[in-house]
Design a protein around this ligand. Structure first.
Ligand SMILES: Cc1ncc(CN)c(N)n1
Length: 228
């Protein structure tokens, strides 16, 4: 959209703060969006072993992700945004946890694996990034991590592919595509652009460095699902 040098279903101007960050991380971003994991998930050919390994690790995000949203509730300068974050917290608690519990049951993942797995390196790094921004309570920093986590997932979730038929595959795709998820992601992107530093100063450089780091972790997170 708007002549952007990348493909997305979000409405983002290429010269906005988020647009420039997104373009600057194109290699890792595209590698993640078109990852073998994504293609096999849509095709319904992903092995149960890979899917279970991925979901077990991803479930470890949940707590820190909720903490980030809570930190946004506490730190945003905008009353409508505070309500939007609060609403998302409620939805997350019902929708996403339901999918995980159903998928773990279907994939026969032992409870011990669900509750206290050994964390892969990308999981450790991602969780550390999330807790760091949740505790620092800097709204722009929080938004950088949230925008990546949701926008990158929207980009693969909305790929033009036939949908898989089995619920364990379709459920994860459905959580990351469609009007509601697109609107939520758009809200985050718009918030980041609204509060972005106006000049290329130290604050902007710090946010850009975190952006690059987190996008590379997203890519590594998919890779790790294939490493037994
Ligand atoms: C690896 C990862 N990145 C992001 C999200 C949030 N959509 C997630 N669940 N997992």
């Amino acid at each position: 959209m708007s002549g952007v040098p990348f493909t997305t279903t979000a409405d983002v101007h290429s010269e906005s703060f988020a647009g420039r960050l997104r373009a600057a991380s194109a290699e890792d971003w595209e590698a993640a969006v078109h990852h073998r994991f994504v293609e096999e998930l849509f095709a319904g050919t992903i092995s149960d072993e890979v899917l279970a390994r991925y979901l077990v690790q991803d479930y470890q995000f949940f707590d820190a992700f909720v903490a980030m949203l809570g930190a946004c509730v506490a730190t945003t300068d905008s009353r409508p945004a505070r309500l939007r974050f609060a609403q998302q917290l409620g939805m997350l608690a019902s929708d996403e946890d339901g999918y995980f519990q159903q998928a773990f049951a279907e994939l026969s993942v032992p409870q011990q694996e669900v509750e206290s797995p050994e964390l892969a390196r990308p999981t450790q790094e991602f969780v550390a990034q999330m807790w760091e921004v949740a505790q620092a309570r800097d709204y722009a920093d929080l938004l950088v991590v949230l925008v990546i986590a949701e926008w990158l997932y929207l980009d693969w979730g909305e790929l033009d592919r036939a949908l898989p038929s089995e619920e364990k595959h379709l459920g994860w795709v459905r959580l990351h595509r469609g009007d509601d998820f697109r609107a939520w992601t758009q809200f985050l992107i718009d918030e980041l652009n609204r509060v972005a530093p106006e000049q290329d100063d130290d604050a902007a450089a710090r946010l850009a460095a975190r952006w690059r780091r987190v996008v590379s972790i997203e890519r590594a997170f998919f890779d790790a699902a294939y490493q037994a």
